[in-house]
Design a protein around this ligand. Structure first.
Ligand code: UTP
Length: 293
């Protein structure tokens, strides 16, 4: 069977973001910045660098700022042109260059699985990447392209995973993962929110997956699970049990921008690496830390 190239990606960004209240009432959590760019900008860049040509962003009520961010901005451009800062104009335009971005609304926030099912017409008959809208990953090689390599070799759905503590895995989902090759595993089952004695491995799916389009027919049959929401994990479990899936312990640092602590850590770590003011920021941090009691 011919293994198709992955050229499409879905970014679900319609969640309410209750962990980021109160700001999530007015600012989509996917628009919270790491230094000077919103989380979702890093995701689009990662997808584009991985060779993705078409991106569908799933949004919802109150998420209009996401669409605005990927639009041109004539007012800023005019101002910059007047003040001779042409190079800034092209960097602003670069934000939406190179990929086709379309938007679709999830009318009801019925869960990540429900959001991904909105992409059925967009990705019909093709494998596609999913980048969870609030998971930003910094890596040498974009994580989506790391996963694509495994997909191209196996034709199976691929999960981006990392080992987490027992406490965290009990909140996520434990994978029945067996070593395949360096950092690559085969996955035959998963247990959502396992009890301590049900933990099979400490690998958790963190923010990136590649799925075959078969996932849509499974999602259509998936009943609401945890929290009354249609869970993507429940559908992936059916897929893993039926066809098998692969998992990659990817190279990269992942920030959970949907949590307050994750948002703060992302900003401190990335500000310290900033070429323009990172050194000054580190000096400030050293002094700040030295005064901590
Ligand atoms: P999360 O579970 O982290 O999002 O979903 P949430 O429900 O907004 O979080 P809290 O618990 O209320 O703080 C991961 C990604 O899936 C999207 C979210 O926007 C996030 O980027 N999502 C989630 C949807 O698009 N639709 C949904 O119905 C749920």
């Amino acid at each position: 069977m011919e293994i198709k190239k992955v050229t499409k990606a879905v970014i679900p960004a319609a969640g309410l973001g209750t962990r980021m209240l109160p700001i999530a009432r007015a600012v989509p959590k996917e628009m919270l910045p790491i230094v000077d760019r919103p989380a979702i900008s890093y995701l689009v860049e990662e997808a584009a660098k991985s060779g993705i040509t078409d991106i569908l962003i799933i949004t919802g009520r109150g998420k209009g700022a996401i669409e605005d961010y990927f639009d041109y901005s004539p007012e800023y451009e005019e101002k910059l042109r007047e003040s001779g800062k042409e190079e800034l104009i092209s960097s602003l335009r670069a934000i939406c260059r190179g990929v086709n971005i379309t938007f679709m609304r999830q009318l009801e926030t019925k869960g990540l699985g429900h959001a991904v099912l909105r992409a059925e017409a967009f990705a019909a008959g093709e494998p596609f990447a999913v980048l969870y809208g609030d998971d930003v990953i910094f890596s040498e090689k974009p994580v989506v392209s790391q996963l694509m390599e495994i997909y191209q070799k196996t034709g199976l759905g691929v999960l981006g995973v990392k080992q987490v503590s027992d406490e965290l895995i009990m909140k996520y989902c434990t994978l029945d993962a067996k070593p395949f090759s360096d950092n690559v595993y085969t996955v035959s089952d998963m247990i959502e929110k396992p009890k301590r004695d049900q933990i099979i491995t400490n690998f958790a799916v963190l923010g990136r997956v590649i799925l075959p389009s078969d996932i849509f027919e499974i999602l259509r049959e998936t009943p609401p699970g945890a929290g009354g929401e249609i869970q993507l994990t429940d559908a992936m479990r059916v897929l893993a049990r039926r066809d098998g899936m692969m998992a990659l312990d990817f190279e990269g640092v992942r920030y959970d921008m949907g949590s307050k602590l994750g948002f703060l850590i992302a900003n401190v770590e990335q500000a310290a690496k900033n070429p323009e003011f990172g050194e000054r920021f580190k000096d400030f941090l050293k002094e700040f830390v030295s005064k901590l009691t």
